[in-house]
Ligand binder design. Structure first.
Ligand SMILES: [Zn+2]
Length: 190
């Protein structure tokens, strides 16, 4: 169900007042509407599902080699502060008869990122969705991200990056396969 934009506008107006602002001044008059629209977009992952995102863009391929898609841009919001965290997501999988259309992994990342998230859970959800969609032999997902709630407030660490990873199937069971994934992902781009 789509959020009620008008309700959010009322709430944002109240928030502005409570923060000591004047919601009637020129620059802020349309802010509640803009915030409502932005938040609706940034949470549209709640209103999407994996099947619809992939939309049958799976192709038969009889190769057992690892497929890696690196540096997928990722923008999400932390559920503790509703502030952005952003960075790059790397996905690797070992097909078991089926591969993804190229853009679909990026779409999957967006779908899970456009929710209130924890980086750990986001990583886990992406890996699970990749695994289940194509019944892969193994999946590895790594996310490197910077959190504005850490950079702008709290400990105010400007340069720290949080790295999370999730591995499933043979990536979890087989050390050599996991190491192959890690080394391909960590290798500097050409
Ligand atoms: Zn946070």
């Amino acid at each position: 169900m789509k959020p009620d934009t008008q309700k959010i506008e009322v709430l944002v107006r109240q928030l502005l007042l409570e923060l000591g602002e004047d919601p009637n001044r020129e620059g802020l008059v349309k802010t509640p509407l803009r915030v409502a629209q932005a938040l609706t977009f940034l949470t549209n992952g709640y209103r999407a599902d994996v099947k619809q995102v992939i939309n049958n863009a799976l192709f038969t391929q009889d190769t057992g080699g690892m497929v890696i898609v690196k540096d997928i841009e990722m923008y999400s919001m932390c559920e503790h502060h509703m502030l952005p965290f952003f960075g790059r997501c790397h996905i690797g999988y070992i097909p078991n008869g089926k591969v993804f259309g190229v853009s679909k992994l990026a779409r999957l990342v967006d779908m899970f990122a456009r929710r209130l998230q924890l980086q750990e859970r986001l990583t886990e959800q992406i890996s699970r969705a990749v695994m289940d969609s194509i019944d892969a032999s193994g999946v590895g997902v790594m996310i490197e991200a910077r959190h504005l709630c850490m950079m702008m407030r709290g400990v105010e660490k400007q340069n720290s990056t949080m790295v999370t990873s999730a591995v499933l199937g043979v990536m979890r069971e087989n050390l050599a396969t996991r190491e192959e994934f890690m080394s391909l992902v960590c290798r500097k781009s050409a």
